[in-house]
Design a protein around this ligand. Structure first.
Ligand code: P6P
Length: 330
């Protein structure tokens, strides 16, 4: 059921065709409120000396930005989740954060994905994934290591010219805009559908020589344009911010690729399964697109570690299936 534009987020959740539990309803509203707070912080970060890096690294061995740490500290405040969350896992932490023993859900997030863009006022985003919490017993890492098909909700908040939330509960994809003056999230689009074909690809071309042959073949065909096998010209975009590139695909189609490659550092891919690939793949599939790691569906893989990485190829279904076929033929 498609709801009408300008419907407030709370009303949208209440009217969902398949009822959304009151606890999940509260959790999503709390996520929206937290991201609205972060949007204001990001929007004045230069003025408040919150740009730049810290003299420390996160669990990934990446130099942390001031806002990586600040946003993570914002999201892990227990009182923020009103008893709905049993535990939290974050890109910025190597340990789980137990929150509320009676919480119904597990919350996994990347607080500011693409944070290297902050210093140049580029698009960044918060990515979140929600799983059912275990019914009893102490929280463990194993509770989080579930295939993406078990997500009950997934989405992102994009901090760009506008602050937008794109979310799915398995009943299609909805886009909400944050109305700063009213402090309200209002529906912009419901039941988003991604075009099956595209002329736009997103990949970091500087890695070309490291890619697996199927990716080199696909991209070389796109670059050859109408003079090559595809018989049509393509355009390229690369924001170095997954949420920004994915939102373009949600808006008008396209294919986003961060594949595994032949380097030691790239053999498992760059993007993480739990808080980047899974929630985005959930959205893309719910919007009629496809999401693979190369040969296989992203949502079907069961991660073995909290920060496990994967190849990511997702977007317009016919394009993703073409790349997947090239892997299968290889
Ligand atoms: P590169 C940001 O660091 C990120 O995780 C994604 O948001 C983005 O798509 C990718 O890495 C950019 O990687 O190698 O182009 O800097």
């Amino acid at each position: 059921m498609t709801q009408t534009p300008n419907t407030p987020l709370g009303q949208y959740l209440d009217a969902a065709k398949t009822p959304i539990s009151p606890e999940l309803n509260r959790l999503i509203l709390a996520m929206a409120a937290s991201c609205a707070e972060l949007s204001d912080i990001i929007g004045t970060s230069s003025l408040n000396n919150l740009q730049g890096a810290l003299e420390q690294e996160n669990v990934q061995g990446e130099v942390q930005k001031k806002l990586d740490v600040l946003s993570n500290e914002l999201f892990i405040q227990p009182e923020r989740w009103h008893g709905t969350v049993a535990g939290i896992a974050s890109e910025e932490m190597d340990t789980l954060v137990p929150v509320d023993a009676d919480g119904d859900y597990l919350l996994i997030f990347d607080p500011v994905d693409g944070s290297s863009n902050l210093d140049v006022n580029g698009t960044v985003g918060t990515i979140f994934s929600i799983l059912d919490a275990p019914k009893a017993g102490d929280l463990s890492e194993a509770d989080f290591l579930r295939p993406g098909t078990e997500q009950v909700a997934g989405g992102y908040v994009l901090y760009g010219p506008e602050t937008l939330m794109v979310v799915t509960f398995g009943q299609g994809v909805a886009v909400f805009g944050y109305h700063r003056h009213k402090n309200e999230w209002l529906l912009i689009r419901d039941q988003v559908q991604i075009p099956a074909t595209t002329r736009e690809f997103a990949i970091n071309m500087s890695n070309h020589r490291h890619w697996d042959a199927p990716v080199q073949r696909y991209i070389d065909e796109c670059v050859a344009g109408k003079d090559g096998a595809r018989g049509k010209d393509f355009n390229m975009r690369w924001l170095a911010s997954m949420v920004g590139d994915v939102h373009r695909i949600i808006t008008r189609g396209g294919i986003f690729m961060y594949p595994t490659d032949r380097r030691e550092s790239g053999k498992n891919g760059k993007l993480r399964v739990l808080y980047e690939a899974n929630p985005i793949a959930f959205l893309i599939e719910q919007a009629g697109g496809a999401a693979v790691n190369g040969p296989e569906r992203i949502l079907s893989q069961t991660p073995q570690k909290l920060h496990q990485r994967t190849g990511v190829i997702l977007g317009s279904r016919e394009e993703v299936e073409r790349v997947q076929a090239y892997y299968t033929e290889a």
